[in-house]
Write a protein that binds this ligand. Sequence first.
Ligand code: AMP
Length: 532
Amino acid sequence: MGHVIGIDLGTTYSCMAYLIGESAKVIPNLEGAPTTPSMVSFTSSGETLIGNLAMRQAVTNPENTLFAIKRLIGRKYNSPEVSETRRRMPYKIAEAPNGDILIEVGSQLITPQEISAKILGYLKSCAASYFGEEVKDAVVTVPAHFDDHQRQATKDAGTIAGLNVLRVINEPTAASLAYGLNLKKAGAVAVFDLGGGTFDITILEINNGVFHVLATNGDSYLGGEDFDRRIVDWLLEEFRKDHKIDISPDKYALQRIKEAAERAKRELSFTQETEINLPFIGSDAVGSKHLRKSLSRSLLEELTKDLVEKSIPLMRLAIEESGLKLEAIEDVILVGGQTRMPLVRKRVAEFFQKEPNDKLNPDESVAMGAAIQSGILRGELNELVLLLDVTSLSLGIETENNGFEKIIDKNTTIPTKRTKPFTTVEHDQRRVRIHVLQGENHHASENTSLAMFDLVGISPAPAGVPEIDVTFEIDADGIVKVSARDISSGREQKILIQPSSGLSREELNNIVVREREKEAKETTSNGKKGLL
Ligand code: AMP
């Protein structure tokens, strides 16, 4: 077996690592950097640029430069998160016939999976160049709070990129592997993971190589991008006040402001005050206007305080669900670039009543943990590590009157399999509809719909008599399979779950074939592989 790479496919930056002996090492990209911007840009000359190259020309080509795709992957066009993203992004987001998302680039419509695949494909080519041989296998991380659609879509992105995704693993769990691999002492730790687009809090116990996740909670739409936006909104408002000009419709200006805002935010993690200077950002009848503002750390904290506060109740819930007392947490690990913000560190320290551990590099530890997971899968670390992860959201089915019956509770250790008996509501009812849902609400309609199928051929019987066993199975990737069985007739629906969103297997195959054909063309046209 060749090399297996661990990939942290981040909202803003991605990183990869591999296992060498018993430790993980980051693989640099083609430019020698440890992280790669998760950006893809389509130029007017038909080129596709990825990573830093895409980032460098985002200001001059904002409509065709795609970033933060992780905020869209596996989501529905009509979801509140996508509506919010749509208003903000310089690129166009359209609705697919099945309610999914498509990104409009010129005359092309591209799925988020295909765009993420371009980033993964670039990382794959960087790894190939690093090792001097093709890399096929990977472990890819996802936020713990990603639902089944988002996990499946991420896996599909890997397949489109020509990767064999051996495992999808939760980001905070991966970070804990990087933290605890060679740890000899036992204890409970909290992983606070605030990246570019998502927040996760995970509580786990580590005891001599056994990593036992006790609880995980989070918000799959809270991250550094939201902090940037607060600065962007403040700058737009200041400019409006100073010059009576609204520059928000100008996509070029907006992209410049966004980049300056993110830079200022990073600087303010190390200084108390920073200058934002954007000449010729707007104009009126009199002439060009410049944006020149100074932003202090305290103003940044005021602008973003509520975002930091959103993490507090989620931390409280995770502790409660873990069954541990706060004092039992021995170490707090910070993951994700946004945890470099001093206010974030301060609030985490106040909550846990201890200073967080900053031994891990917040940008690299997730990829390193994914590499360690690859070693577990290959049997290289079996003696050292046993990982017991959990499902982050409850799973169940819709029952009468918009009810939601949980079959697998959140925070159940995976892989797992559970069965619950159900029955009919009508006399001689011959079929039942199984509507598979994921979420925590008592009302079916408030949860995420994963799939729907019918079990037919139920033996005739009065209402309430038939026993229909519904079985849920979650595999080690956190991906769900469901089956239903009528006990009296023995009829079982070996269900092919038709995803109510996402790529069907056929669509996925078509994309994979198209991508491989494209690759083959690039290879044969001049005998060499084209660089991205
Ligand atoms: P990640 O997804 O872990 O790569 O996190 C990326 C996010 O971290 C982006 O929103 C960055 O703007 C943010 N970030 C990186 N460095 C810093 C820093 N020094 N201070 C504040 N935020 C940062």
